[in-house]
Design a protein around this ligand. Structure first.
Ligand SMILES: Nc1ncnc2c1ncn2[C@@H]1O[C@H](COP(=O)(O)OP(=O)(O)O)[C@@H](O)[C@H]1O
Ligand SMILES: CC(C)(COP(=O)(O)O)[C@@H](O)C(=O)NCCC(=O)O
Ligand SMILES: [K+]
Length: 237
């Protein structure tokens, strides 16, 4: 079985080889129609989630009559597992990443998904998704400053050695990397519960090395979450 994850930046397809995840497909989200063609041509049973409605539509159209692809939506999750007021608009990637982390950790988890947006969510000991934070991802912080203050230099993504910033470059680095990391640290600290901290997403490695709390980095949390649901369904059928 293949697993599909459509984020705002990338479309990823992976498969579980029995002991690890293998990436089969990775393309920009604008190329959703090609991804749909690829899935149809493979003809392999696939389950997927998406947080990008246009990409979902493009893939559905490319699939034509083929029935190999099934989507996980919020209706597939028991209502009692989601403690979130606007259940119908909850991003499935947030739920799946928490479910994946909780399955691996076997304890409550805080999950940071540092992708296009950076989400910081909590799932409790009973597997109930409790909500969290949606903030712009690191690349968006950079883009915002580049687009609206184009006179400022592009800087490397890292916190400078010296505080405070004594030159333009260091000042910008404090305002981007420094502010982003401080925001994440501050928001993680607000979860006043015992929980294992997991980090995933395109900027996960970068972020995990720089935050206060020790975190487990795992690029496959969303996929582990989907696999958990698939395994549970087989179990009950
Ligand atoms: N090859 C790449 N293409 C685009 N973004 C990348 C790439 N490698 C790392 N990134 C970073 O990863 C982020 C996207 O992460 P990802 O988790 O794939 O996003 P999403 O799930 O929102 O599609 C970007 O904001 C960027 O900072
Ligand atoms: C917060 C997100 C944009 C994250 O998307 P991503 O960065 O993975 O592309 C996505 O989970 C989403 O569209 N959520 C809907 C709003 C909500 O979760 O309440
Ligand atoms: K994200």
């Amino acid at each position: 079985m293949n697993f599909l994850d459509i984020g705002n930046t990338r479309i990823k397809i992976k498969t579980w080889s029995g002991n690890s995840w293998q990436e089969l497909y990775n393309a920009p989200t604008e190329h959703a129609a090609e991804a749909g063609n690829w899935i149809r041509q493979q003809g392999k049973e696939t389950v997927g989630i998406s947080v990008v409605a246009e990409a979902t539509e493009a893939i559905k159209e490319a699939m034509g009559e083929s029935k190999v692809l099934q989507w996980f939506t919020i209706e597939d999750i028991p209502a009692k597992s989601i403690d979130y007021e606007s259940k119908e608009t909850l991003g499935m990637d947030r739920y799946m990443a928490c479910l994946g982390a909780r399955t691996l950790a076997e304890q409550p988890v805080i999950v940071i998904d540092a992708g296009t947006a950076c989400t910081i969510d909590y799932m409790d000991d009973r597997g109930v998704y409790r909500g969290g934070v949606i903030m712009p991802g690191m690349a968006l912080w950079e883009k915002a400053l580049q687009q609206h203050a184009p006179g400022l230099p592009k800087v490397v993504r890292d916190i400078p050695m010296k505080w405070p910033g004594k030159n333009t470059e260091d000042s910008v680095r404090w305002g981007l990397s420094g502010a982003f990391i401080s925001a994440v640290d501050g928001l993680v600290r607000r979860y006043d519960y015992l929980a294992a901290l997991y980090v995933t997403g395109g900027d996960g490695d970068w972020l995990a090395k720089r935050i206060e709390r020790r975190a487990v980095v795992n690029a496959n949390l969303v996929f582990y979450g989907m696999k958990k649901l698939v395994d549970a369904r087989l179990w009950f059928s």
